[in-house]
Write a protein that binds this ligand. Structure first.
Ligand code: UDP
Length: 457
């Protein structure tokens, strides 16, 4: 860091300054492994991308300029994408272009950090706060915090040890590299933002983290997009011609539990033959081509289950659906099902609720807090296809119940908005206006970046 920079940072962030914390003007948002502009529904593009995109826009509306730094995935792809709103997405090299595993991206983090610093110097700008998403970016913010002496926040979205505790036995666990990286990111950043108290409790149970470092800020929903709409028109627009629709959507991966939903549908149809003519289960998300191999694997697994249960006429896998079209699917459905083994928050559930559709979800993580059992939908134990089938049957059988649940779901879902999230995050940025004085920084400040990431827990 040159002298001018140091002076700039020191002046702005002196924790002993008698004046109040200066306003936050510019934030470096880090999302190294996935671009907020990526098409949603692929293996690595879901809730976190939505979060980074929407929070950045909402912060920009509060006059905070946001630069989102992400890895360049496409040879010859644009370097800087801005929409004039105050948000720029900056694509920087970190290893070869094309898909890389998380472990490979980890190896290229020092290069990514170097390019961020080069970008900052070339532009001649300073950042007031650092905000990282997922463990890889949490390591980047920890290192930039050390270099720039700027307060930093990290949000993990999911945590390896928590995910491993919920994975079905046949699914390989998340790596120790990731779990250790998460611990280093906790140690090396000032604040860990979580979406709700369950995520906070999970974090405290599985990692070493002082309680004072953890701040709860719920997620938001685009309540202009996800609002009630005419059901008949929605059904026309999505070309639905059966009486009943059960809908679900998400990245196609084992943790999402879509196999449980397919099995629950088989149970339902076995119990109620008449539904074979009038019921459809549609699942959105995933790619059907092969440049996303892991998603392809779960996709073909689901296809096999559908075939083996004789459900080809009743179940459709739709592939990724552009988010602007999702409200039609939610509105057309009798219920939206979120059968995940784990969700730290679960945006799909809240989007569907904001659209006025009852949600039947696994009673796990954030889902167990946002879905009110018997009020906005139903909660069922994870992996329990029989309980799921029973709850779906109740909603299909009783249109008055469905309408009551849908109305309560809308009332609940409409509380979530990105402008509220941005206000809360801005308050966190302001409150934590100086670097933490806890010993936590020391653990990453002294060694080099690579050493810091190699620390064991
Ligand atoms: N999504 C989408 N199209 C798809 C699949 C997902 O637009 O085909 C969006 C969905 O609207 C939601 C997000 O991706 O906003 C998924 O977030 P969620 O929290 O449900 O799951 P995550 O991806 O975080 O595991």
């Amino acid at each position: 860091m040159n002298e001018r920079n140091s002076a700039g940072w020191d002046h702005q962030h002196s924790s002993h300054s008698a004046s109040p914390t200066p306003p936050i003007r510019r934030v470096a948002m880090i999302s190294v492994h996935t671009c907020p502009l990526a098409n949603l529904g692929g293996k690595d593009a879901g809730g976190m991308n939505v979060y980074v995109r929407q929070l950045s826009r909402a912060l920009a509306s509060c006059n905070i300029a946001v630069d989102v730094f992400t890895r360049q995935r496409f040879a010859g792809g644009p370097r800087i994408v801005g929409d004039g709103s105050g948000v720029r997405v900056i694509h920087l090299d970190a290893g070869p272009t094309g898909p890389l595993s998380k472990e490979e991206i980890y190896e290229h983090l020092p290069e990514f950090i170097k390019h961020i610093e080069e970008f900052r110097r070339t532009e001649g700008i300073y950042y007031d706060r650092l905000h990282g998403h997922y463990w890889l970016s949490g390591l980047v913010t920890a290192e930039l915090r050390r270099l720039w002496q700027v307060p930093s926040l990290v949000m993990f979205h999911t945590l390896a040890r928590v995910k491993n505790a919920h994975l079905p036995p046949e699914v390989p666990p998340e790596s120790e590299l990731r779990a250790n990286g998460e611990q280093c990111a906790i140690d090396g950043n000032d604040i860990v933002v979580v979406a709700n108290r369950r995520e906070r409790d999970d974090l405290l149970a599985h990692y070493r983290v002082p309680l004072g470092k953890v701040v709860i800020v719920p997620l938001g929903v685009d309540i202009e997009l996800f609002a009630p709409r005419d059901r008949a028109l929605a059904r026309q627009r999505i070309n639905l011609d059966s009486e009943h629709l059960i809908f679900s959507v998400g990245r196609i991966e084992p943790l999402k539990g879509f196999d449980t939903l397919v099995r629950a549908t088989a149970l339902l149809l076995a119990r109620r033959h008449a539904l074979r003519q009038s019921l459809q289960l549609w699942i959105g998300g995933g790619k059907i081509d092969h440049d996303d191999p892991a998603s392809g694997t779960e996709m073909s697994h689901l296809h096999q289950i559908i075939e083996s249960l004789g459900l080809a006429n009743n179940v459709r896998l739709l592939g990724a659906i552009p988010q602007e079209q999702l409200p039609d699917f939610y509105a057309a459905a009798d219920c939206v099902v979120v059968p995940s083994h784990y969700e730290s928050f679960g945006l799909v559930a809240v989007e569907a609720m904001a659209t006025g559709t009852p949600v039947i979800a696994s009673d796990v993580g954030g889902l167990g807090l946002s879905v009110k059992d018997g009020v906005t939908g139903f909660l069922v134990p994870t992996g329990d296809e029989s309980a799921l089938a029973n709850r779906i049957a109740r909603v299909l059988d009783d249109s008055a119940l469905r309408q009551r649940l849908g109305a309560a779901a809308f009332a609940e879902g409409a509380h979530y908005s990105w402008s509220r999230v941005a206000e809360r995050i801005e308050a966190v940025y302001e409150k934590f206006g100086s670097l933490s004085r806890s010993g936590s920084l020391v653990s990453v400040a002294t060694p080099t970046y690579a050493t810091a990431c190699g620390c064991s827990t």
